[in-house]
Design a protein around this ligand. Sequence first.
Ligand SMILES: Nc1nc2c(ncn2[C@@H]2O[C@H](COP(=O)(O)OP(=O)(O)OP(=O)(O)O)[C@@H](O)[C@H]2O)c(=O)[nH]1
Length: 768
Amino acid sequence: MTVVVVMLVLAATLIVTLVALLLAERDMKSVIGNQQFALLSSAAAQVDAQIAARKVLLATLADTIPREAGNDAAAMQAFVDRNPVARKEFLNLHIFNRQGMLLRTEGEHVEATPTLNPRTRAYLEGALAAGKAVISPPYKSVLTGLPSFMILQPVRDAQGRTLMLLGGSIDLTNSVFLEQIAEQKPGETGFMFIMTTGGILLHHPDHKRLLEHINARPGYNRATEMALRGFEGWTEAVNKEGSEGIYAYKHLQSTDWIIGVRFPVDEAFAPMIQMRRHAMLAAAVFAAIAGVMAWLAIQTLFKPLGSLHRNISDIRSGAAGIGILQRQGDDEIGELSAAFHEMMAERQLYEQQIAASEKRLRTIADSLPAIVAYIDSDLRYRFTNEHFRHLMGLDPRSMLGKTIAEVMGKEFAAGVACFNEAALRGQRVHYEREGYHNGSLRQMMGDMVPDIAADGSVSGFYLMALDITERKTAELQQAASEKRLKLLTDNLPVLIAYLDHERKFQFMNATFQHWFGIDPQTLIGRHLIDGIGNEQYHLAEPHLDQAYQGQAATYELQARIGDDLHTLETTFLPELGPKGKVLGIYSLTHDTTRMKEIEQRLTQLARIDSLTCIANRLMFEELLPLAIARARRNRKPLALAYLDIDYFKEINDTLGHGAGDQVLKEFADRLIASVRASDTVARLAGDEFVIVFEQVANGEEAARLAGKIVDAMHAPFTLQGAPHHVTTSIGLALHEGDDETPAGLLARADSALYAAKRDGRDRYTVAD
Ligand SMILES: Nc1nc2c(ncn2[C@@H]2O[C@H](COP(=O)(O)OP(=O)(O)OP(=O)(O)O)[C@@H](O)[C@H]2O)c(=O)[nH]1
């Protein structure tokens, strides 16, 4: 930390110093560049002034030169001698005629008048045509062999006509005005130079390069190229030797020359480089001092932090408890320490809670009758519970970190590979598979839940697997049992259905198909109303409601099976859940049509006397109260006749029981034949009969009817082929809508019968 701070201080100091130096260098370059350009501009002005002065001098000479000087050497010599300034300012003086022919030369190294080459001749002709002073391109003098240039001035006569040209040549290697320029060179190694706009050097410290093209040497100089394209000002560039320099260029006004200056950067910036060295040194010293001070300050400031660090290390290594964090000072580090203490105390609490939770979880997992494991993406066990030991004899702890293949074998791993892959793709997997565990074939059911991180990656999966061998066996047994049950129910002549709590069919047996032609499968999951229709449903609804409230209900209904109307009896049996909640309803319907018929028949038989086929005592006792009620309602009297066959015992005794039965049948037939259909004839027992006459007008009519019956018996009975005389006695009682009970009425009739018997039989007696 300290090192980092010290390095930062050093780096900051150096960066600030460097940036300041760079800015200073940039500014200084600009100053030097501008200074060089100013210097150059001054030199250019000097050159212009020198040229102008020489033009003026030459013009004055032209005005005064004798006209014959071109052809008279003595006159020329005399003229030059008269004008010593001409000798001083020009290397040589030349006179050219109007045809450009050199007529006379006067000056240094002149032995004879040289012959001019055609190019020079052409130039001179141009100068003559211009009619004013011109400056020649630089050239190598044929007289002196020196690089030179010439100022040409026309010599005119009184009429202003050009008679000849007066030329003054200037030595480029040894000229007064160029020497002045050379003296103004910047620094020790800097120099000035002059070239034409075409690049021909006129002035250069290296005289050998004079009259050469500036680009005669191989290489490239950006500044030179800029100058040749017309640039004026200063710039930085690298010369053909690879040396950096500041270049400045300026065009002369008096001629098409460019004056330039090169100031090598090394020299130009020598003071600045020195300054940079000093500044860097000073910065380094300053940074070192600042670094040391920073280090000291940090050491002082970080001392409590170091103490805190040691305390935390001690806590981590177990050498100290978290209590030592509370003993730090009152400063910020002390507060930090207290905050650490609080945080670590909370962490300890959480860790304890997590440990307790993990322990609980471990206990639960170990107590589960199922395999529980966490398997990572490398298919290595990371958590295993005790059930591995119970089921497979594996030590769950020794499995940790090993792969499924290592623990269970390659064959097993290959068998569950597809499930593992699916779980690691993020899918929940449910499987059932067979496998040998502890030498026995077991049926296993497993669930895999992928462990999906927030970013969607799967780092493993949880596995829970159950041994369902027993359950599977039970399921198979149950399936077989259900199959048997279905076979049974499908062949029972009973409609069997199971309705769920929403009154929808969950089961229907094949009887639905047999009775109504309904395929049971088409109604599974549909509401009862879809199966039996609205009308039947409304009939069944109250009974269903009762069953859904937990009480069995039975009701009868009529339904058409085939072409016939059948009587059915349906029972709804609720299926109750653990808390008495109705889970569903069993509906059992059987056809009671046949039973009903038998029952009716039996009922009927119970009320019919089997010998005479008329109503017996039971029916009489049922009918009499009803008849009395009707009589009361209709306010019509009712008469009850109580009959007994006279001396019947004797018939039995003399002719036998069969003859007696025959008499009884014949007697009954005659009674039936003697009364109206609305009247009831019944045999009470033995030879006792009753007749209920309904809606009789009065006692007289009743008596008449009784007499008619007595008479009806007078016709002989044929017994065993012989006629027999049978008579009857009748007791008649009239019920006239009062409160008399059926028993009371019967008792009165019985009394009247007794009276008839007593009075001699073969008669009727009316009760009081
Ligand atoms: N053959 C035959 N005899 C019956 C039957 N039931 C009862 N008896 C007989 O009918 C006779 C009834 O006799 P009673 O009515 O007491 O005497 P009775 O001879 O008719 O004399 P009275 O009634 O005083 O005239 C008894 O001997 C019974 O055994 C039956 O179903 N068939």
